[in-house]
Write a protein that binds this ligand. Structure first.
Ligand code: BES
Ligand code: MN
Ligand code: ZN
Length: 500
């Protein structure tokens, strides 16, 4: 699909559908909406006067133009109250409006640049949010099913602006938004893929293909190399599966400073292992590699954006399966740094594979180390589907992460690394055990990782609450969210601009 920027008059645009907008409470529209209203002999202001159009956020009103305009239809989208308006509104109304238009069968769309008018936001940021909303909101995962007979698709979206001086900024914003939107689609694709299709081997192939496309280096470590390196924790998780584990390493070099480590959990299916999960909802565990998918996709975006930063990504990829060769509760594994782990619950596997990744990242002197994982059900309980939780050893980094998330509509909330909870991880037979107290489970999981991160500057993002959404809403489409791909890119760009 194409996203373009054109100078012109929205009311004269020949697209199959035109999107205009309205803030709540506005009685006589101005700007692009005003021009379209005028060309429609006041049809929009009449619908406002009659109370059909109120301008409430995401309210949609389809008006047929019956030959008065070159376009056959105009969609009026509500922006809500001007006081609540933000780039999130821009991104979300774009997704909602375009899905509605896709249902009409219109293949080309021209839109007003939401936010750049009376709301007075930066045109470049608005264009970026529109491009993100377009790619994210129209996302479909339909590779595995026969298309509906009447399924249609939008081929082109054009941002129409009459002010020549804004065009260049709009084009820059569209390009950036398109890359961030597509990165999100790559992450969603991997997470939506069923586990029989996306094995660790296939995930590594995806990483290699994305690396090649964005000009990055990618190397996949095989089981024998992992044995030589001493990654006993990862190998212990992989022991129950017939699928060989893969340790994906990607390098992006665009800066002059230290190399940042981006680590992602790549459990392509989490059955729980011998501590097997209940069958209800187990299918959702095909998405237990969402952290790794976000990391790989963020790397792709950094390459495409030519970001001035150095990053190494590490994604341990494996299945967690029960079998005669699987790790059993009570077994002791030895991580790459030589520390021993008593496995109490084989379903606490994410922290095991990340322990080895963190050891490797420390050995490679990556700093800071940022890991991303669907780690605990406890985080899901704590935050629910609207917020992602994280822990950090560094206040400035934590602050930068919250800001990076806020910028792109991916809310992040910091949890404390409570030292007391380390106690519950004491083992009789090993240096540490892999589960602690049920209460505060997201924090004790983080404390387990903290034991391996030692004194590194480190952030742990537990995205178990936000890896999936249950319905279409704004830029979000039912299924995998692709969170926190855009947050990671924003964070790395902000660290780059601070010279870190
Ligand atoms: N992948 C799960 C966590 C998860 C749960 C992610 C729900 C997304 C949605 C993780 O490997 C796991 O099983 N964690 C256990 C840990 C427990 C055994 C200490 C959990 O949270 O129940
Ligand atoms: Mn598990
Ligand atoms: Zn898991």
């Amino acid at each position: 699909m194409e996203i373009k920027v054109e100078k012109g008059d929205l009311a004269r645009h020949p697209a199959k559908a035109v999107i205009v907008n309205l803030f709540e409470g506005v009685k006589s529209p101005g700007g692009g909406t005003g021009a379209v209203d005028k060309a429609l002999d006041g049809a929009i202001s009449q619908l406002i006067a009659e109370g059909e159009i109120k301008g409430k956020k995401s309210e949609l009103t389809l008006v047929h133009t019956l030959g008065k305009l070159p376009t056959p239809r105009v969609l009026v989208v509500g922006l809500g109250k001007q006081a609540d308006f933000s780039l999130d509104t821009v991104r979300d109304v774009t997704g909602t409006a375009l899905r509605r238009i896709r249902n009409t069968g219109a293949t080309t769309v021209a839109t007003i640049v939401h936010g750049a008018g009376i709301a007075g936001l930066e045109p470049e940021a608005c264009a970026q949010a529109i491009a993100e909303g377009t790619v994210m909101g129209l996302y479909r995962f339909d590779r595995l099913k026969k298309p509906d007979e009447d399924q249609t698709q939008i081929d082109a979206v054009t941002l129409v602006e009459f002010d020549q001086s804004k065009l260049e900024a709009l084009r820059r914003g569209v390009e950036r938004g398109r890359i961030l939107g597509e990165a999100t689609s790559h992450a969603r694709d991997m997470a939506n893929e069923p586990a029989n299709q996306l094995t660790p081997t296939v995930m590594a192939e995806r990483a290699q293909a994305l690396a090649e496309d964005a000009g990055l280096e990618c190397r996949v470590l095989e089981r024998d190399e992992l044995e030589t390196m001493g990654m006993g924790a990862l190998l212990g998780v992989a022991a129950g599966s017939v699928q060989p584990p893969k340790f994906i390493v990607m390098h992006y070099r665009g800066g002059a400073n230290n190399t940042i480590g981006l680590l992602g959990k790549g459990v392509t299916f989490d059955s729980g292992g011998i501590s097997i999960k209940p069958s209800g909802g187990m299918e959702e565990m095909k998405g237990d590699m969402s952290g790794g998918a976000a990391v790989i996709s963020a790397m792709w975006a950094l390459g495409k954006l030519k970001a001035p930063v150095n990053v190494t990504a590490m994604v341990p990829a494996t299945e967690n399966m029960p079998s005669g060769s699987a790790t059993k509760p009570g077994d002791v594994l030895r991580a790459m740094n030589g520390r021993t782990i008593e496995v109490i619950n084989t379903d606490a596997e994410g922290r095991l594979i990340l322990a080895d990744a963190i050891c490797y990242a420390r050995q490679e002197k990556l700093s800071p180390i940022i890991d991303v994982a669907t780690l605990t059900g406890a985080m899901q309980i704590a935050l629910g589907p609207a917020v992602t939780g994280f822990m950090a050893t560094d206040d400035a980094l934590a602050e930068a992460l919250v800001k990076a998330g806020e910028e792109c509509g991916e809310r992040m909330w910091r949890f404390p690394l409570v030292d007391e909870y380390r106690e519950s991880l004491k083992s009789n037979v090993a240096d540490i055990k892999n589960t602690g107290n049920r209460y505060g489970g997201a924090i004790s999981a983080a404390k387990f990782l903290h034991f391996f991160a030692e004194d590194s500057a480190w952030v742990h993002i537990d995205m178990a609450s936000t890896d999936n959404v249950s319905k279409n809403k704004g830029a979000w489409v039912k299924g995998a969210t692709g969170i926190p791909t855009r947050t990671l890119v924003n964070l790395l760009l902000s660290l780059a601009s601070q010279g870190k």
